[in-house]
Design a protein around this ligand. Structure first.
Ligand SMILES: Nc1nc2c(c(=O)[nH]1)N[C@H]1C(S)=C(S)[C@@H](COP(=O)(O)OP(=O)(O)OC[C@H]3O[C@@H](n4cnc5c(=O)[nH]c(N)nc54)[C@H](O)[C@@H]3O)O[C@H]1N2
Ligand SMILES: Nc1nc2c(c(=O)[nH]1)N[C@H]1C(S)=C(S)[C@@H](COP(=O)(O)OP(=O)(O)OC[C@H]3O[C@@H](n4cnc5c(=O)[nH]c(N)nc54)[C@H](O)[C@@H]3O)O[C@H]1N2
Ligand SMILES: [Mo]
Length: 889
């Protein structure tokens, strides 16, 4: 039990091919074929559905639609993300964790002298056996619970992204074990992708299902609606050529199709995005990071003063227009929000703002992004709301007036039928994400909760799906002792990248060094980020090493189900997270692994004991059971489900509201889109940061009650004069894939420093570079009072003066406290919340300074921190395993 269950497999054949959706977003991604030879992956490639099915067999599965005389068809060949195609480099990465590891100067048992907490992220690891690792973990869980209370073990990384898996899905396997053996504290993901919509837009257009996240409920039919009806599509904070590619590359084809049928595309972005660069018809309007509110109000001023908005719609579908008007025209605060006013804040010329506003106000226009990095900054609830205001003024829901966002890319998914087959759905069953716990901590507050021993926040304790009303609940850590309150003394993370994906990374590193944390465990396929700060690291398999049933998922051109065997044996002694939880469970009760595998939780139908049984049981629960037999599915390897014949008749949800707001109200108290929220006024009457109407907020010093001072107009800008755009990276998936050698050699991916180290690019304009005395390729320090990260200067016209861009997700490479060589920009992001009552993160659009690192300065550091600079390092793949593990052969 709980040994890796694919001791034999087709990889024992000399050559074999398996089909797999394996994108590292956890969504499956378009199907790829993994070819292996003699137990090694040799290539990963796209497939054609016609490899296994005739076009006649596929005719009810592949969608198409016609607009303006041209037809857009679902492709027959898959377009997997480039990260998936390069996955061989991940499977055999130099950074793979092959064996269970223990930090050399840590001993279990809770003796502070043997924990050496202050050395986390400094001292190295040594290989131990699985038996030793599992014994230690089970004993530590028991000891810590007994000493500090049942809920003193914190489970981190229940939710978030990861490799695509179903049965072996990561995220909550540790919780499955912890909740069956006692209590635990649950780290709750905050709505990272959509912070500004979640904390802002929800009060403008309410919360439906997806809008639990704060965006408007929509699906694939929105793309069809835009294709048929829009004149213009604006990517204000959207780079679909980059972001949509994490699943498939088919939005690339949709955008090409749009331009072919005459839809105009405009990009409003601090960076000249990959979308702007690769489609030369696109207009790029550069603006400064986190200034969209000013731009939006400048445009609204033009609309209101020139009559370029939908007067009737505003009357019938919205609430509080008089308040909006008073603010825009300056009647409220004496400052008319003219294009000139906006220009001074956002850096877009007044005439460009007027031109964009006039074109937007006269053409049928939709907004297109994944979620948009503009909603991940300080006070992001403001741009989250002004986006809704703009749409409302232009008749949101009318044909071609839509918000296109992450749920719109489910190509076949929504068109197939309402029940998704995707890993997202399966994963909930398997890893039991969102299992409620008595005591919770939002992911944004983990570091402060550990450091201070307490914390409080507004929002549901199960924060990710909170409805607007729940944002008025005040929550506390720890909860009352008689309700199970206990301070955390042990941390176990299944997705160890809080310092790289969340807020205040350096503060998180310090929290990891807190001596109250007596044991820190991570499960991880690669030795990086939070794992460097762990006491025990458990090696995890990649999808190629696992037998599973997977679906393609969010963002694919069509839904596909694939049943696969392992392509290769596990690398080293790695196990899946699921297998790890069963292996540790044995130490609590020999019967427990069986119960966990078979029954999961009470009331849930059984899955079956073995992986083979579980694969079959997944198939039996899915709707494809009526379309294809199990044996045939296994023989073919994948299946493309038939389309829902009624899909054509579904209207976008926003259209229902547009046509009949009485019968289909939005989820606000008035049922209308609210420019002004009475709910916010009543509940937080003194909140100057999130007022009932969205405003341009400058912020200021903490002593005056502000959460942030992160704009160019504030005091801190005198010291830290650049706004950093820390958006998601094109060549990575969040914290994943930073070691892919094929990506790292692309000139926009890394900068080769004169010391041979590959630094994370810090993009800056030629004008600023000159001012700072920086040349392309120089090693630079990017810093503020929260710390310093080293980067490589990338001097380019693709970025506006006064801003720099450092993509998030580069791996930490610690030099010392608050000092990092890896270019992990989230280390210096604000550690606090979005604003006083909004406990999301602010990880982009904040202030930094950038200075050249001189040769002398570098030489000084090399001398001062020899261990960091002498650590084994491979430019091709970056920092790696050998640099952190003792006794590697
Ligand atoms: N500055 C900045 N920060 C951001 C954003 C931004 O735009 N700018 N974007 C935000 C957004 S949109 C998101 S969604 C979050 C994403 O943040 P996360 O959801 O945390 O994303 P990932 O880095 O994809 O993955 C989580 C971790 O899981 C690990 N992992 C992957 N597969 C497995 C597995 O099979 N087993 C185990 N045990 N571990 C695995 C990965 O190596 C990684 O360490 O980041 C947010 N942070
Ligand atoms: N390659 C790759 N693809 C991914 C991911 C990844 O990590 N790597 N992550 C996936 C996930 S989970 C998500 S949520 C999405 C994220 O995708 P999005 O939600 O679209 O977010 P980002 O890619 O961070 O940023 C989009 C664009 O916003 C711009 N931007 C930054 N700040 C501002 C601003 O203040 N105003 C304006 N107008 N623009 C701004 C950036 O330059 C970028 O071009 O991508 C998904 N796809
Ligand atoms: Mo995201």
């Amino acid at each position: 039990m709980a040994e890796h269950e694919v001791a034999s497999g087709p990889w024992q054949e000399p050559e074999t091919t398996i089909y797999r959706g394996m994108a590292c977003g956890g969504t499956g991604g378009e199907l790829s074929a993994i070819d292996s030879k003699d137990g090694k992956v040799v290539r990963i490639r796209p497939i054609r559905y016609t490899d296994e099915y005739s076009m006649d067999e596929l005719k009810d599965s592949l969608w198409s639609f016609t607009a303006r005389g041209k037809t857009l068809k679902c492709p027959v060949k898959t377009a997997p993300p480039y990260q998936s195609l390069a996955y061989k480099k991940r499977i055999y990465s130099k950074n793979r964790v092959k064996y269970p590891l223990k930090r050399v100067d840590w001993e279990p048992g809770g003796d502070p002298d043997k924990i050496n907490a202050e050395n986390r992220g400094k001292s190295k690891f040594v290989r131990i056996s699985w038996d030793e690792a599992c014994d230690i973990i089970a004993d530590e869980i028991k000891r810590v619970r007994k000493t500090y209370g049942e809920n003193s073990v914190l489970a981190v990384g229940e939710d978030g992204h990861c490799q695509s898996k179903i049965i072996h899905m990561v995220g909550g396997n540790h919780i499955n074990l912890l909740m069956r053996t006692g209590g635990f504290t649950r780290e709750v993901r905050t709505p990272d992708s959509v912070e500004g919509f979640y904390w802002g837009a929800k009060f403008a257009w309410g919360a439906q299902v997806q809008a639990g996240l704060g965006m408007f409920d929509n699906g694939w039919n929105v793309i069809e609606d835009v294709t048929k009806n829009a004149d213009m599509v604006i990517m204000q904070a959207g780079d679909l050529e980059t972001t949509q590619n994490y699943a498939s590359q088919w939005m690339s084809r949709v955008m090409r199709f749009w331009m072919d049928i005459g839809i105009k595309l405009v990009v409003v972005d601090p960076f000249c995005t990959y979308t702007s660069v690769c489609h030369d018809e696109i207009t790029w309007i550069p603006l400064l990071p986190n200034t969209d509110v000013a731009l939006d109000y400048g445009m609204m001023y033009v609309w209101l003063t020139e009559g370029l908005y939908d007067v009737n719609y505003v009357e019938t579908h919205t609430y509080g227009f008089d308040k909006l008007k008073a603010y825009v025209l300056g009647e409220e605060d004496g400052i008319p929000k003219t294009p000139k006013w906006a220009s001074e804040i956002c850096g877009v010329e007044p005439w460009t703002i007027k031109a964009l506003a006039r074109e937007w106000g006269t053409k049928t226009t939709s907004i297109l992004h994944y979620c948009g990095c503009h909603v991940r900054g300080p006070y992001s609830h403001e741009p989250g709301r002004t986006e809704v205001y703009k749409l409302a003024l232009q008749g949101f829901g009318a044909p071609g007036v839509q918000q296109i966002h992450l749920f719109s890319y489910g190509g076949g998914k929504q068109a197939v039928r309402p029940t998704p087959y995707g890993p997202m759905m399966f994963s909930e069953m398997h890893a039991m994400q969102f299992y409620p716990a008595d005591q919770t901590i939002p992911r944004t507050l983990v570091a402060r909760s550990i450091q201070n021993g307490h914390s409080d926040w507004w929002g549901s304790p199960q924060i990710i799906f909170a409805m607007p009303d729940e944002q008025f609940e005040h929550n506390f850590y720890p909860i009352e002792e008689d309700e199970g309150g206990a301070k955390v003394h042990m941390l176990w993370s299944e997705k160890p990248c809080n310092q790289t994906c969340w807020n205040g990374g350096f503060e998180f590193q310090e929290a990891m060094r807190n001596k109250d944390l007596e044991c820190v465990i991570t499960n991880h396929p690669w030795l990086e980020n939070d794992s460097l700060f762990a006491d025990l690291v458990l090696p995890v398999t990649t999808p190629a090493e696992e037998s599973d049933i997977v679906g393609s998922g969010m963002g694919d051109s069509i839904e596909v189900v694939a049943v696969q065997d392992a392509a290769i044996p596990p690398v080293g002694e790695s196990l899946s997270d699921y297998e790890i939880s069963l292996k540790i469970a044995e130490r609590f009760d020999p019967e427990l692994p069986k119960q966990m595998a078979e029954g999961r939780i009470e009331g849930e139908p059984a899955f079956g004991l073995t992986i083979e049984q579980q694969k079959k049981s997944e198939y039996e629960r899915s709707p494809i059971v009526s379309e294809i037999g199990w044996e045939e599915l296994k023989a073919k390897g994948f299946y493309v489900p038939k389309q829902d014949p009624y899909a054509k008749d579904y209207k976008p949800n926003a259209r229902l509201f547009y046509e009949d707001p009485e019968s289909f109200p939005v989820g606000t108290p008035s049922g209308k889109i609210e420019f002004y929220s009475d709910q916010l006024e009543e509940n937080f009457p003194d909140d100057k940061e999130r007022q009932p109407l969205a405003k341009w907020i400058v912020g200021g010093p903490e002593s005056e009650g502000w959460t942030h001072d992160e704009t160019l107009a504030g005091e801190r800008a005198k010291k830290y004069p650049f706004l950093v755009n820390a958006c998601t990276g094109r060549w990575r998936f969040h914290a994943q894939c930073d070691d892919i050698t094929w990506h790292r050699e692309i000139p926009t991916a890394k900068v080769v420093g004169k010391d041979g180290y590959l630094y994370e690019p810090c993009w800056m304009s030629p004008e600023d570079a000159k001012k700072q005395g920086i040349e392309d390729g120089d090693i630079v320090k990017v810093y503020n009072e929260r710390g310093t990260v080293l980067c490589g200067a990338k001097v380019s016209e693709r970025i506006l003066p006064q801003s720099v861009m450092v993509n998030k997700g580069s791996r930490s490479d610690p030099i010392a406290s608050e000092f990092d060589r890896g270019g992990n920009i989230n280390l210096i992001s604000p550690a606090g919340p979005i604003s006083k009552h909004c406990y999301g993160f602010a990880v982009s659009g904040y202030l930094v300074d950038v200075q050249k690192v001189s040769d002398e300065e570098m030489a000084g550091w090399v001398k001062q921190y020899p261990e960091a600079f002498e650590r084994a390092y491979d430019p091709a793949s970056g920092s790696h395993y050998d640099g952190w593990v003792e006794g590697v052969e």
